[in-house]
Design a binder for this molecule. Sequence first.
Ligand SMILES: CC(C)(COP(=O)(O)OP(=O)(O)OC[C@H]1O[C@@H](n2cnc3c(N)ncnc32)[C@H](O)[C@@H]1OP(=O)(O)O)[C@@H](O)C(=O)NCCC(=O)NCCS
Length: 212
Amino acid sequence: MDKAGILSRPTLAAVPWACADAGITGTCRRKAIACAALSPSVNSHLSYDPITLREVRVSDLELLRAHRNDPGTRVWLENSDEISATQQAEWYRLGGSKGVRIAVLAGADVGLSRISMDAAGGVALVGLDIFRPYRGKALAKSVFYATCNAAMAAGAKDLALWVFWDNRYAVRVYSAQGFAIDASEPVKWFVRQFPQESHPAPHAYIKMTRRS
Ligand SMILES: CC(C)(COP(=O)(O)OP(=O)(O)OC[C@H]1O[C@@H](n2cnc3c(N)ncnc32)[C@H](O)[C@@H]1OP(=O)(O)O)[C@@H](O)C(=O)NCCC(=O)NCCS
């Protein structure tokens, strides 16, 4: 798992990515805020682990649901509700997993990658999670690098994502890949209680983009 010295591009599956995130809606108030404090830059000196992205199998569903329902995961998602096995089965039956890939490193499933192309194919919404046992091991940038490359290979010209401003580790990963706050998009606010917080409070959910 040590990434020191490894510099290689991931193997990319040339598969069409469906729109898995469609229909997600926010329930909280929207408000524009200035986020000029962040000035992301691409770190051209990063090296990346050789991540492979593979399709989701039926045998992955239990792992994916446990990951999705982990409070430490879903607190950072726009829709933070727990999902049932029935809901997940329906999601899978309807093709929801087409927008999700399992990130594999040296034979181990280390996280997941999300890509949903817009109807015209010009913009892809991207995202990633690292499975809990693999967090904090400097894998996120490699998985996200593979995700962005897969989206571009599938025809996306511009990439976009939504993230809680408080999710500093995720924001660092996205900034390192050249994503910047999209000031044209109003910030969404969701009430959440993040780790180390004593009570729920509104938190900014921001759009970041990387344009070609
Ligand atoms: C956010 C997430 C993807 C980051 O993955 P990770 O494997 O934990 O992070 P990494 O070890 O690759 O580190 C990424 C960056 O965060 C920093 N970081 C990670 N954990 C840290 C910690 N405990 N303390 C300080 N910095 C930390 C790293 O230093 C690194 O930044 P740098 O390269 O500029 O130094 C992962 O924690 C996760 O899946 N969280 C739950 C779901 C989620 O938030 N998904 C994203 C939704 S938008």
